[in-house]
Design a protein around this ligand. Sequence first.
Ligand SMILES: O=C(O)C1=C[C@@H](OP(=O)(O)O)[C@@H](O)[C@H](O)C1
Ligand SMILES: C=C(OP(=O)(O)O)C(=O)O
Length: 425
Amino acid sequence: MERLHLSPINAISGVIALPGSKSISNRALLLAALAEGTTTLTNLLHSDDINHMLTALDKLGVSYDYDQSNATIEVTGLGGRLSQGQNLELYLGNAGTAMRPLAAALAIGTGEFLLTGEPRMKERPIGHLIDALAPLGAKIDYLEAEGYPPLKIQAQDLNGGTVEIDGSISSQFLTALLMAAPLLTETLTIKMKGELVSKPYIDITLGMMARFGIEVDNQNYQSFTIKAGQQYRSPGRYLVEGDASSASYFLAAAAIGGEIEVRGVGRASLQGDKHFADVLEAMGAKVEWGDDFIRCSKGDLKGVDMDMNAIPDAAMTIATTALFAKGPTTIRNIYNWRVKETDRLSAMATELKKVGAVVEEGEDFIRVEPVMDLRHAEIETYNDHRIAMCFAMLAVGGQEVTILDPGCTAKTFPDFFERLAEVSV
Ligand SMILES: O=C(O)C1=C[C@@H](OP(=O)(O)O)[C@@H](O)[C@H](O)C1
Ligand SMILES: C=C(OP(=O)(O)O)C(=O)O
């Protein structure tokens, strides 16, 4: 297995032009495919998760012209539903932002589809989405374990009506249903049951649907109505914002030891993970905002005790930043860390203990107590890009660390370690 030894980094300094947001790139590709007209997406992320969406769209007969070196793609919209052949197999790796939205959109297309992915994808639940689609008449079978991919989808002409969806495990199920709703022949009302997690991702979805011409009546995140007769329309050009979750590693590194400006995310961003900078500020870092940049510099960090349900991805970076703060840090309401790339609660607790931290792992929280003497460890990454990236904070804090399988950052940030080296002085 490949391994990357990181020596202590003196300081972080410079400017980072962020790669495109994963969440926005995959939504934009699907919406552009469903829209009437041609859409030019700029600053598209190039990573495994996006490649899975691109390959799937290609197999579904969507044509696009991808200029990877300029991070630009021109997508010719279908102006309606996805339709293609019999038993078309789509392999979606471990990309939640491809699996969930495609499952819903394909259930309302024409054809027969088999949606599958990496072994871990087969352990990530999708039952709440399928349970919401079933009352509309969707025909979806589980090919292995009940409630999990792989799925067999026999697309149907679906009407509409009122459905309930459980949002307590993943917001991606509601996102998937919202994005597919304009493909129905009638009005759809979605009623929430269970407490909606990761809520800011719904704002990304609604904001982007609006840019593609769809109005959603949002009743305080309790129910959503998408009126019949609306059609996705291309906005022409669409700039993908920088990835706010990817920004978290650079912002935290600066908070620990240096200064940085991340470009592509700022006050005007659609992404909830921009509020990661507020957490760093609460810990004692200095933060400055522009419309599309955030600057952060070193402060005397102290631990915090916070509900981080709204920023589940960036919150992992807080868990390692906490090693360089005074006093313990508690990250609360993060049960769904357990159903992501790996069981992140258990994995983070295990790896943080290896470097010497005192850690308490609760069912839905983690408490990290820093220690005077950290030690070198080989960090197991469990095929989880964010574990690989957030443990780089050790080196920034002056502690050498070895990251096993650093290539797993390819899910969302293939050249992360090279970019970190560029701003390391
Ligand atoms: O909608 C999205 O783009 C995402 C939603 C979040 O997932 P959950 O809603 O499952 O928490 C987040 O963790 C994931 O990386 C991306
Ligand atoms: C949870 C994540 O990914 P996914 O989109 O596959 O859910 C993530 O990127 O941290």
